[in-house]
Design a protein around this ligand. Sequence first.
Ligand code: TMP
Length: 210
Amino acid sequence: MRKARLITVEGIEGVGKSTHLGFIHDWLKAQGVKVLITREPGGTPLAERIRELLLDASNEQLPAMSELLLMFAARASHVEYVIRPALAAGTWVLCDRFTDASYAYQGGGRKLPMQHIATLERWVLRGLKPDLTLLLDAPVQVGIRRMRGRGQRDRFELERKVFFERVRRAYRARARCEPLRIGLIRADGDMQDVRRQIIKVLQARLARWL
Ligand code: TMP
């Protein structure tokens, strides 16, 4: 049996993550890959409840440290009960956000020390890393414009532009440090252009993996 892979999709709000995730899922299935689609924070009943706490805009008293720990509390459940079992059974996992988001949002956005996040990553994930991360990148202004057209905003979506600037900078810095794992996709073009870039990255990977 060929090794199952963990693929994650990242990016600031409004870059079209959900739309492109569906496309990636369908594309992988069309290549004959058995793939499970999931998300963070979330993916198990417990982690989905933690997600509700994290996104609830009425939770004003949530220190950045609690936010980080809740992200990893949710992740521990998701990795233990969904991701590891799926990979062990030969099912690929396509995850809407993963640990890179903690570095970008809690490290970049909230300015928590990156080494604390690295400690949690080592402790909780014990070496589990995405095989490939697609980082959908667009100027913050583009993301904010798309996000504002959506109605009710969650606790993160209420943040100001400077917060998302820091998040984007942290994501891009990670892509520069790990160019082999993180594929940077320019997501401000039209849908077909973004899809072409995604397919190019996926095809190159699958040629090596399958
Ligand atoms: P989503 O709306 O894209 O599903 O993501 C939920 C929010 O959670 C999004 O604003 C980013 C944030 N987030 C973090 O801050 N840290 C994390 O580790 C993860 C996974 C998500």
